[in-house]
Ligand binder design. Structure first.
Ligand SMILES: [Zn+2]
Length: 227
């Protein structure tokens, strides 16, 4: 690997691994279940998830994709009004290493603006989860300088895989680890099985957390807790 490539892609990769491990450790240390949803909002699935969360009085975290907000501003406001954590996943789901940094950086800012526009706020920045978990050095430095939390996950629900996993996957992995930041996606699916899997998987994870006395927290709540 050339030195330049190492700097461009390797350094952010190492940063990502360390950030991922530190998040995993923190979830474990505080026995926390942090449910996160990427790529939304969806018109139907987000609402279904919000209903389950409301039933359980649990809070989750939504990494909104800017381009999915148009026409769904009401659901973004509902997410905020119900006390969930709103974070950003960029605007156009650009791969941080396969796209020019001159496109990726404006896309991050555009993602934040889309949330602010929907909420009528001027926060200007939100914790960021890189699409596909991929960052380049320019985005990384920009986010670090602006003190934007870069948030990964520790348990993948695999809800974007062709084969739908067992409903208990997230609950079991989170229980085994003693705490987890789980990843699922709340954009609308054509496949009913996938939508059902996500809904049941969230229910199972919340039941497990209640049974085991695990705290259900948002990303911001977890990050605010001390080491
Ligand atoms: Zn995504």
């Amino acid at each position: 690997m050339s030195a330049l490539l190492f700097l461009y892609a390797g350094v952010p990769w190492i940063y990502g691994q360390l950030a991922r491990r530190s998040l995993e450790r923190k979830a474990k240390e505080h026995q926390a279940l942090v449910l996160t949803f990427d790529d939304g909002p969806g018109s139907n699935l987000t609402q279904a998830i919000l209903n389950i969360l409301a039933d359980s009085k649990a809070k989750a975290t939504f990494f909104l994709l800017g381009r999915n907000i148009a026409g769904r501003e009401a659901i973004v406001r509902q997410i905020a009004e119900q006390g969930h954590d709103i974070c950003s996943h960029g605007y156009d789901h650009l791969h941080g290493l396969k796209t020019s940094p001159f496109r990726v950086l404006p896309d991050i800012k555009r993602g934040w603006s889309a949330i602010d526009a929907a909420l009528g706020t001027m926060r200007k920045k939100y914790p960021f989860r890189p699409p596909n978990g991929k960052l380049n050095i320019i985005s990384l430095l920009y986010l670090l300088v602006r003190q934007v939390p870069i948030v990964y996950w520790s348990v993948d629900s695999r809800d974007t895989w062709q084969e739908v996993p067992d409903t208990l996957r997230v609950a079991q992995l989170a229980e085994k680890a003693g705490g987890a930041v789980s990843l699922a996606h709340d954009f609308d699916r054509k496949n009913e099985n996938t939508s059902r899997y996500i809904i049941e998987s969230v229910r199972a994870a919340l039941t497990m957390a209640a049974d085991k006395g695990m705290r259900v927290l948002t990303v911001s709540e977890l990050l605010d807790l001390g080491e």
